[in-house]
Design a protein around this ligand. Structure first.
Ligand SMILES: Nc1ncnc2c1ncn2[C@@H]1O[C@H](COP(=O)(O)OP(=O)(O)OP(=O)(O)O)[C@@H](O)[C@H]1O
Length: 259
């Protein structure tokens, strides 16, 4: 069984003619979840958009290998069919399309029985929203839950979540955490997990509810630190992003000098 889920090699990305990501190297195995930290504008959403195949994000260098397939030049549909799923930070509202219609389409495509839609909707407190136009007039937290509901029905092998807890109130954040744990199979033993994911988080609050295997900081378009996500978070809270990145760099240099 293939153990690689995602391999990003030397990736460089331009958006609207501007270099936003440079020399990104990332390796995620099956069953692993990565927490991606970084200040505003560091390129986190750009990385996600590039991985999902948004054509506005131009890869000028490197490759993206997903489940052993080079998807660098493949479109978003190809990637979704291969098992990629994403929850955007601010997904659009769509007039005239009800949430249930979208969910039925996803379920049909993925061979999921319709009862599952209602089961997941109840689990996420979204039953009353099924007949409403998707994301229209939804509060910030409701949009997040609607995105997670779609992902649960889609059941992708690799999930990317952009700030899944932003705008979610305290009562619902545990629920959102539980849904993410289900999606990423964090509720199973380590040996049983086959799903992988990336969770973008500024505050790290979601990590109280969903554990991650490792964390990494994206700083000014480059990956800067890699390690235990809770230790990184503690350092970010103590020293800020810049201080934390400098500390990682110092530790790396000391390690190299000792070699
Ligand atoms: N369509 C675009 N046109 C021009 N610049 C863009 C575009 N999209 C992103 N950028 C720029 O790319 C950089 C990275 O943006 P990105 O949204 O990836 O950051 P982020 O780390 O996700 O930030 P945040 O935490 O605020 O969501 C920023 O400087 C942003 O202004």
């Amino acid at each position: 069984m293939e153990e690689d889920m995602l391999r990003v090699v030397n990736l460089g990305v331009r958006v609207a003619g501007k270099k936003v990501l440079e020399n990104i190297n990332l390796y995620i195995k099956r069953g692993e979840t990565l927490a991606l930290f970084g200040p505003n504008g560091s390129g986190k959403s750009t990385l996600m958009n590039t991985l999902i195949g948004n054509p506005n994000y131009q890869v000028y260098d490197g490759r993206i290998i997903f489940k052993g397939v080079d998807i660098t030049d493949k479109d978003a549909d190809f990637r979704a069919n291969l098992g990629m799923g994403i929850a955007f930070q601010t997904p659009p509202a769509i007039s005239g399309v009800k949430l249930i219609d979208v969910l039925r389409k996803i379920a049909e495509k993925r061979g999921v029985p319709e009862e599952k839609i209602y089961e997941y909707a109840e689990f996420l407190n979204m039953t009353d929203f099924l007949g409403r136009e998707i994301n229209k007039g939804f509060s910030g937290g409701e949009v997040k839950r609607s995105e997670l509901l779609q992902l649960l029905v889609m059941n992708p092998d690799f999930v990317m979540l952009d700030e899944p807890d932003s705008g979610v109130d305290i009562e619902n954040v545990a629920l959102v955490g539980e849904a993410i744990s289900k999606l990423l199979e964090r509720d199973r033993s380590k040996e049983e997990r086959r799903k992988s994911g990336v969770i973008i988080t500024h505050t790290g609050n979601i990590l109280d509810y969903v554990d991650a295997d490792y964390g990494v900081i994206l700083y000014k378009g480059r990956l800067a630190c890699i390690g235990n996500p809770y230790e990184i978070l503690e350092d970010v809270r103590k020293y800020g992003y810049e201080g934390c990145v400098k500390k990682c760099l110092r530790e790396f240099q000391n390690l190299n000098q000792r070699k």
